[in-house]
Design a binder for this molecule. Structure first.
Ligand code: S3P
Length: 165
């Protein structure tokens, strides 16, 4: 099986869906943010605060490259992975990209009170980032799952069906 990269905005459920998909397909799974946190021994928020976003992006690109060279099949990426053409090419060359599309309203509801995401800020910058990113996700994805009204199980089922085509 080719690799599966799950992309989408913060709070779109990439980690939960990735984990469940890996159980259903009986394939290996990794969450890129967790991998980065484990490698650096600290959390994403501290990495942004202590070393800055540019450092995080370089580390994220290196981590993606390492995982793309590994045997791991299902990868939940961080919401900003699509900010780099190099990352998109890396994912395209080694697997299929699935975009979990979630509406801004739903994300806003899910992330209310979330302090773990350094780029989830005030309402206007959140909306701007969301608008800019959806074009990037849509352009690179092999297919899109509209996740707002679906349970995790339904999303996984839809992915499994679409992978068969
Ligand atoms: C980011 C999303 C986060 C994490 C970091 C940057 C982004 O991952 O990689 O905070 O730029 O959208 P999640 O999408 O898992 O929240």
């Amino acid at each position: 099986m080719k690799k599966i990269y799950l992309v989408g905005f913060m709070g779109s459920g990439k980690s939960t869906v990735g984990q469940k998909l890996s159980n259903v397909l009986n394939e290996s799974y990794i969450d890129l943010d967790h991998y980065i946190e484990k490698s650096l021994g600290t959390n994403i928020d501290s990495i942004f605060r202590d070393s800055g976003e540019a450092f995080f992006r370089q580390y994220e690109a290196d981590a993606l490259k390492q995982i793309s060279d590994s045997d791991i099949k299902i990868i939940a990426t961080g919401g900003g992975i699509v900010e780099s053409t190099q990352n998109i090419n890396c994912m395209k060359q080694t697997g299929k990209i699935i975009y979990l599309h979630t509406s801004f309203e739903e994300i806003h509801r899910r992330l209310a009170g979330d302090n773990s995401r350094p780029l989830w800020k005030d309402d206007q910058s959140n909306r701007n980032l969301y608008q800019r990113r959806i074009n990037l996700y849509q352009t690179c994805a092999d297919f899109v799952i509209h996740s707002d009204k679906l349970t995790v199980e339904q999303q996984v089922e839809e992915i499994v069906q679409k992978l068969k085509v």
